[in-house]
Design a protein around this ligand. Structure first.
Ligand code: MN
Length: 200
């Protein structure tokens, strides 16, 4: 079995003006494709080629670094595309809204803390909203690590993540990572995040 690049669930320009089409084209078609290709090469003829990407992440300390970097890259981006959508943003509802209020007090406090995690991750990495022991927690990870990984400082099941590698925003925002994070709130697909919470 080999991993495949998932299709984007919307057009390349669907997230404009918040995330531009050229960034999406390179990010999905070049960067994510490279993670998939390199992951497949790294696990070829090993036991890992029978496992799901989640199973690989959960035992990532057993694998060489190319599996960690590219397996994380594949998992993280596969999640990332789905938690964004055109005509999205706004506020979560139902169980997700209640869980955010329970963990952070209110949506605004959550957004402030999540944006801070994204802004302060030095260099390349991700910020996450994850479920840990039934509760929502914010974390960030370096490189292509994620909270599923047994090497993560904060472990759990991610339900929302933002890519803060420069390749995710540099064409449109240059060095202004906080502006990209602010724009991200306009494209969050809260329905999908709520689905992820149900499954976690
Ligand atoms: Mn990326």
């Amino acid at each position: 079995m080999s991993f495949e690049l998932p299709k984007l669930p919307y057009a390349l320009n669907a997230l404009e003006p918040h995330i531009d089409a050229r960034t999406m084209e390179i990010h999905h078609g070049k960067h994510h494709q490279a993670y998939v290709t390199n992951l497949n090469n790294a696990i070829a003829n090993t036991d890992a080629d029978k496992l799901s990407i989640e199973e690989i992440c959960k035992n990532i300390s057993k694998y060489p670094m190319p599996v960690r970097n590219n397996g994380g890259g594949h998992y993280n981006h596969s999640l990332f595309w789905t938690i964004m959508a055109p005509n999205a943003g706004g506020a979560p509802t139902g169980d997700l809204a209640a869980a955010i209020d329970a963990a952070f007090g209110n949506l605004e406090t959550f957004k402030t803390q999540f944006a801070a995690a994204a802004a302060t991750r030095f260099g390349s990495g991700w910020a996450w909203l994850l479920v840990q022991n039934g509760k929502l927690v914010i974390s960030s990870t370096p490189n292509q690590d994620n909270p599923l990984m047994d090497v993560a400082d904060v472990k759990g099941t991610p339900i929302l993540g933002i890519d803060v590698w420069e390749h995710a925003y540099y064409l449109n925002y240059q060095n202004r990572r906080p502006d990209y994070v602010t724009a991200f709130w306009n494209v969050i697909n809260w329905n999908e995040v709520a689905n992820n919470l149900k499954k976690a």
